[in-house]
Design a protein around this ligand. Structure first.
Ligand SMILES: Nc1ncnc2c1ncn2[C@@H]1O[C@H](COP(=O)(O)OP(=O)(O)OP(=O)(O)O)[C@@H](O)[C@H]1O
Ligand SMILES: [Mg+2]
Length: 316
């Protein structure tokens, strides 16, 4: 995306569109509605001195989310890196509003309580409101993505559900506002919400436990976490824009390997440990098992049976 004027774009956008429609949040942004341009509604974000190149950071993270298969709106980065543009997902192709509710509202909390809660409660609220394990899996995937990418600002207002036009079906909205926050020195290095009663970033096992407690099998959760870790790695190798922000690639990689500690990120995930039948201990153990079985059959060894099974055996 290119802007050729010598004048700065963002102040002009502010002047023209500031009152045209507001999106809340702390990052400087304007909303451009479709009545003004022959294109979908857009939100344009820029950055200030505290968070340099937040535009590049958010663009890269959204591309990684796309690689991970999360539902993402179209996004663009301006050539001069000053503007990050995201298509609005709360209007349909005819310009009609789609009902969106963030998790603070869904849980009956005011906006200033957006950092008070847990990722467990997000999964619980998803299950209660959507009655769908598929949506719970989507919420778990988004939580996992935030943990892996190092987004310490994944608070209650950065998760939303959307409603069908007849308000019958409720599902997770596309994702938004994802950045690798831990690269900024003024941002604290913890997460926005608690997981297992702590705001410290979890490891792979903690994430699998979180999923399991929400009704997702451990093997499915492991698959989600491992696929995401690999897709993020792939994305940051592929995407040229990442080079525009010094140290972004290395910082994401360092964080990713911390969360995935003790787990090899590059080799594909194996569900079951394959047994090494050439291992002498394995062979000896099996030979002993066979011998004990043969002794039981021939009556040399009496297994420790319960009273019920003794009665059952003697009645035969
Ligand atoms: N693509 C989008 N379509 C529709 N609504 C959106 C979109 N992106 C963001 N929003 C809405 O606008 C709000 C503010 O946007 P966003 O979270 O990106 O801003 P922010 O300033 O980075 O917020 P924060 O206070 O979390 O740092 C979001 O909470 C969400 O409700
Ligand atoms: Mg936000």
């Amino acid at each position: 995306m290119h802007w050729s004027s010598k004048e700065k774009l963002f102040p002009q956008l502010l002047e023209t569109y500031y009152l045209g429609g507001m999106a809340s949040g702390v990052q400087p942004k304007v909303v451009i509605e479709r009545a003004a341009l022959l294109q979908p509604d857009l939100i344009i974000k820029t950055f200030d001195d505290e968070f340099p190149l937040l535009t590049v950071n958010e663009f890269v993270c959204m591309k990684c989310a796309q690689y991970c298969g999360l539902p993402t709106p179209n996004v663009w980065l301006s050539d001069n890196l000053e503007h990050y543009i995201i298509e609005r997902f709360d209007t349909d192709e005819h310009g009609n509003k789609i009902g969106i509710e963030d998790y603070a509202t869904l849980m009956g909390k005011s906006g200033d309580k957006k950092y008070l809660g847990s990722y467990e409660s997000i999964l619980k609220a998803t299950a209660i409101n959507t009655q769908s394990i598929h949506e719970v899996e989507k919420a778990f995937s988004l939580i996992t993505f935030n943990c892996l990418i190092g987004n310490g600002d994944a608070h209650l207002k950065n998760f939303s559900v959307q409603y069908d036009s007849d308000m019958t079906n409720i599902s997770l909205s596309p994702v938004y506002d994802i950045t690798h926050t831990i690269i900024y020195p003024t941002v604290d290095k913890d997460m926005a919400l608690k997981l297992k009663k702590s705001k410290t970033y979890p490891n792979r096992k903690d994430l699998i436990d979180l999923a399991f407690d929400a009704g997702i099998s451990r093997s499915k959760a492991g698959e989600i976490v491992d696929n995401m870790a690999q897709n993020i790695q792939q994305c940051i190798q592929d995407i040229a824009e990442i080079e525009a922000m010094p140290n972004l690639k290395q910082s994401i990689l360092d964080h990713l390997s911390k969360v995935m500690t003790h787990f090899p990120m590059v080799s594909p995930y194996r569900h079951k440990k394959r047994k090494n039948t050439n291992n002498p201990t394995f062979t000896l153990r099996n030979t002993l098992r066979c011998l004990i079985f043969l002794f039981i059959l021939s009556g040399y060894v009496k297994p420790n049976l319960t009273t019920q099974s003794r009665q059952f055996m003697s009645s035969k």
